[in-house]
Design a protein around this ligand. Structure first.
Ligand SMILES: *Cc1c(COP(=O)(O)O)cnc(C)c1O
Length: 415
């Protein structure tokens, strides 16, 4: 059916699904961090936190990220960015700092990575898994409202693929039911939502991921951003064994360097300086990398428009932008092959890696069995899952590689 367009895979280098975009500047920064002698959390991590907060506050017109003016509620309020060794750690500590515990319920979408829900179980609470909006694949707010009980304490929306969920509507729902909002923004840096950078706003905390495949990376890493100084302080304490001062403070602040106090049974979630050094360079490149991904998404949109596929929703409301972490096609039921056959053929015939985001939570044995989740309760996620495939999307893709992805997709799906 298809090998003419891309040629046999063996003749061309494989295009990985998610190539990290790491250049000499990142490599130099990591080497410099290693030479500095600070291998654990130190000055680079502190600088990364300051720069990340400043970046969010500076987003808006003229930065290439937003087009609408930045309207930060309570302008002037400090924004706290706390670096961690993963977004999973960030979600865990943000929930912990929000007081979530046994008996509580936390609403999460089924269309996400298991980390979004597992952190709720870490605390002995129960995730209430809800279906998604068929257009955006973000949490369905009507479904969320219907799932609220007297035990519901928090809600974790996921800005799927980098498209922000409607945070205004979310805020109304959360306020009405006194729910803490912890945004899972693992896909969503940098982006604007209704004129406000994702990271700022009314939520208790917003959590970003710097995992190797995400929109910027430290290899492994994450950031909790909050306007609440008490929440920030609790996350800082719990990321390092429940110790009241972090290592850097301990050795740089006046007073006895050996003295510290344990105030809680904390975790080991701190970000290392070599990782933070990489993050500082990636942060400086974040807008440019985002623009490259957006340009690739535009090319996919234009080149695949006539195929039997549903293309991903764009950012079409005022002041909202897309971070373009993922480009998820949905094969229509009349497509010439199944999603599974498409992914296999892309790899075998064209040497192109595709993936699936996500296998919905309710299909995984742990979540399905623990909460008796029947597929029928998730009709939108089920319909989406049947056809969903993520095409390669990375700022490291060359135009020639994008051409190959387009030619291969057309070779398999055009009639
Ligand atoms: C990657 C991801 C996470 C976890 O991020 P880590 O930094 O790997 O812990 C959480 N939620 C979603 C939606 C993700 O895609």
């Amino acid at each position: 059916m298809s090998s003419q367009a891309g040629g046999p895979a063996t003749e061309l280098p494989f295009i990985p699904f998610a190539a990290p975009d790491i250049g000499e500047a990142e490599i130099d920064a990591v080497v410099e961090a290693l030479r500095s002698g600070w291998l654990t959390t130190g000055p680079a991590a502190a600088a990364f936190e300051r720069e990340f907060a400043a970046y969010l506050l500076g987003m808006g017109p003229g930065t290439g990220i937003g087009t609408a003016p930045v309207t930060v509620p309570g302008t002037g309020a400090a924004v706290h960015a706390v670096a961690l060794n993963s977004a999973t750690a960030g979600l865990h500590l943000a929930l912990e700092a929000s007081g979530i515990g046994p008996g509580d319920e936390v609403i999460v979408p089924t269309w996400t990575f298991t980390a979004t829900a597992e952190v709720v179980r870490y605390l002995g609470a129960d995730p209430i898994i809800v279906d998604v909006d068929p257009d955006t694949l973000n949490l369905d707010l009507d479904g969320a409202r219907a799932a609220i009980t007297a035990r519901t304490r928090a809600i974790i929306p996921v800005h799927f693929g980098g498209l922000p969920l409607d945070r205004t509507a979310l805020g109304v729902l959360a306020d009405a039911h006194e729910l803490a909002v912890i945004e899972d923004a693992a896909h969503c840096f940098p982006a604007m939502s209704a004129g406000v950078p994702v990271g700022l706003g009314d939520s208790a905390a917003v959590v970003f991921s710097f995992y190797a495949t995400k929109t910027m990376t430290t290899g492994e890493g994450g950031m909790v951003v909050t306007a609440d100084p008490a929440l920030a302080q609790r996350v800082k304490t719990m990321r390092l064994h429940g110790i009241s001062r972090d290592v850097f403070d301990r050795y740089s602040a006046p007073g006895a360097s050996w003295a510290y106090e344990v105030v809680a049974p904390g975790y080991k979630y701190n970000l290392t300086d070599p990782a933070a050094a990489m993050g500082r360079v990636q942060l400086a490149r974040a807008a440019q990398m985002r623009d490259r991904r957006a340009a690739i998404a535009q090319r996919y949109d234009a080149a695949l428009a006539d195929l039997p596929v549903r293309r991903p929703a764009g950012a079409d409301s005022a002041g909202t932008t897309h971070a373009w972490h993922l480009y998820v096609l949905r094969l229509e039921v009349d497509a010439p092959m199944s999603r599974d056959a498409f992914i296999a053929a892309m790899a075998a015939e064209y040497g192109i890696g595709c993936s699936v985001h996500f296998i919905p939570l309710h299909r995984h044995p742990y979540w399905r069995d623990r909460y008796a989740l029947a597929r029928e309760r998730f009709p939108q996620a089920e319909a989406a899952f049947a056809g969903a495939v993520s095409l390669p999307l990375s700022s490291a893709l060359t135009d020639a590689q994008v051409d190959r992805v387009i030619a291969a997709t057309r070779g398999l799906l055009a009639s």
